[in-house]
Design a binder for this molecule. Sequence first.
Ligand SMILES: [Zn+2]
Length: 328
Amino acid sequence: MTRHLAITCLAFAICCAGCSREPGETVDSSDEMRTRVVTTTGMIADLARAIGGDRVNVTNLIGEGVDPHLYKPTRDDVAALLDADIIFYNGLHLEGRMGDVLARAGADRPTIAVTERLPEERLIHPNDDQDQDHADPHVWLAPELWALCGNTVCNALAEMRPQDRAEFQANLETFQAGAAELDALGTSAIGSIPRESRLLVTSHDAFNYFGRACDIEVVGVQGISTDSEAGLADLEALVELVVQRRVPAVFVESSVPRRSIEALVEGAAARGHVVTIGGELFSDSMGPAGTPEGTWKGMVHHDIRVVTESLGGTFPPSNGQAIPENLE
Ligand SMILES: [Zn+2]
């Protein structure tokens, strides 16, 4: 920020603070005073609410259990986007079929990819697909990276509401402290899985960042987008891997059909190796609203627990690592 702009913002902030609120006055959080935020995924809605607090009204478009890679916006979605004060989306081509609508809405309001400021060296590029010239979009499954995306949300909201910058910053710090706890939990819990079993097989490649953060090898039956069918050769290679490594469990995802994982289980059984479905993971969508998994923190916590328990690790970890609280 230039010095001139900073001074202008500061002056504006002092003016607003002075003319709209008296000391001790209750903050007006009525709907018309709030910034209308529209988000594409539940994880981004969770992030915007965590940082925006009472200053924002968040409307999310892609609901529970719905696959963002394949999602096409409805007429109501377009209306919501065109009525927003600010839009947050994931970017990195996660919302592969919303590009036109986001570009249209972005002509008249800040429309921000929460991943846009992530350092390039922290992104993972799939090296086995010539058609994918963009990085893997699933950064929310690594708490440390999602915490960095919080910086982008905080800055964007603070530009819209300079008078609330300190509040957003405090909310961001609370959020980032929680993310750091979750990151530490993932490292110690997944680290308790015996090394030879530390292989996470899922429906699609959503867990690359999770795997890097927690030190577990990751394989998806489909690529980083669900917008392609798994090939037979890929499936046979995966069956071979599961049999060779004696993998005890593979995992389905709440937003992806189960058939590719079921085919993998059947393929292993035909080779004489029993592999179970270790549970359902939340990859591209959070769980039902009102449940612990209906928050970003709760979904990642769930994934860490289910993977750890199903692959023979100890949860909670026995090294004294605290389980993050306030998952609701
Ligand atoms: Zn995905």
